[in-house]
Design a protein. Structure first.
Length: 212
C-alpha cells in the first residue's frame, strides 16, 4: 500500500521541487527519492531508514542517491525542508474578524492535523535530532521555525498595545511548543480538539491579559 498518497505534504513537495532541482527527468527522479525517504521515515522511523532502503523504495540505484546527497542526513534534511508548508502571510481581515478560529487554523496547517503520516515524520525527526549530530547540523531549523512567525503576526495584529519582542515570541511559541511536546511525549497524532483546547484555554486568555 502506498501510504504516501494519503499524505497531503507530498503535494507540498511537488509544488516546491520544480524550482529547486534540475532537468525534468531529474526532477521526477529526485521527487521519487524524496517521497520514498519520507514514506520510510513515517513507516519505520529515522534511525531504521538507510540509503539502501530509500534506493529500493524509489527504484533508483544507490549511486544515484550518493551523486545528489552526501549521506542520509543530507537527503532527509532536504525532504523535511520541502515537506514543511509554504510560508504564509497573515490575513489581517480574518485575524481581526475571528482570531480564535484563525489561530486554530494556522496551528492545524503547521502540524498537519489531518495528516498522520506527516506527524509521524515530524515526531521521528524531532527525536532523531538529538542523536544524529549531522542531521541536526544540516537540517536548517529555520525551515521549521520560520513558519511560526505568522503566529506572532496574528497575535500582534489583534493586541491594542505594542509588545516587546520577547513577550510576543513567548506568546507565539506557546501553541507550537505544547503541540510538539504532545507529539513527542505521547507519540500519538495531534487532534484538532487539542489544538482548540490550547487556543481557547491558554493562548486567548494570555492575549487578553496582555491587552490590559
Amino acid at each position: 500500500m502506498d501510504i504516501i498518497k494519503k499524505s497531503d505534504f507530498i503535494e507540498t513537495i511537488e509544488e516546491k521541487v520544480p524550482g529547486k532541482l534540475g532537468r525534468p527527468v531529474d526532477k521526477m527522479r529526485d521527487l521519487a527519492i524524496l517521497r520514498a525517504a519520507l514514506e520510510l521515515v513515517a513507516e519505520n522511523g529515522y534511525d531504521c531508514v538507510t540509503m539502501d532502503s530509500i534506493a529500493l523504495r524509489a527504484h533508483a540505484g544507490k549511486a544515484t542517491l550518493y551523486r545528489r546527497w552526501k549521506s542520509k542526513p543530507y537527503l532527509i534534511a532536504e525532504a523535511i525542508t520541502l515537506m514543511m508548508p509554504c510560508e504564509q502571510k497573515i490575513d489581517s481581515e480574518r485575524c481581526a474578524d475571528n482570531l480564535r478560529d484563525y489561530l486554530c487554523e494556522l496551528l492545524s496547517i503547521y502540524f498537519g492535523i489531518k495528516d498522520e503520516i506527516r506527524q509521524k515524520v515530524m515526531l521521528s525527526i524531532a527525536t532523531a535530532i538529538s542523536r544524529d549530530k549531522l542531521l541536526a547540523e544540516v537540517l536548517h531549523l529555520d525551515c521549521i521555525t520560520n513558519q511560526t512567525c505568522i503566529f506572532s503576526d496574528a497575535i500582534e495584529c489583534c493586541i491594542n498595545k505594542k509588545l516587546d519582542k520577547d513577550q510576543l515570541k513567548l506568546l507565539a511559541d506557546v501553541g507550537p511548543a505544547l503541540l510538539f511536546y504532545q507529539l513527542i511525549i505521547t507519540g500519538e497524532p495531534i487532534k484538532m480538539s487539542y489544538v482548540e483546547h490550547i487556543v481557547d484555554h491558554l493562548i486567548i486568555p494570555l492575549i487578553e491579559i496582555n491587552e490590559l
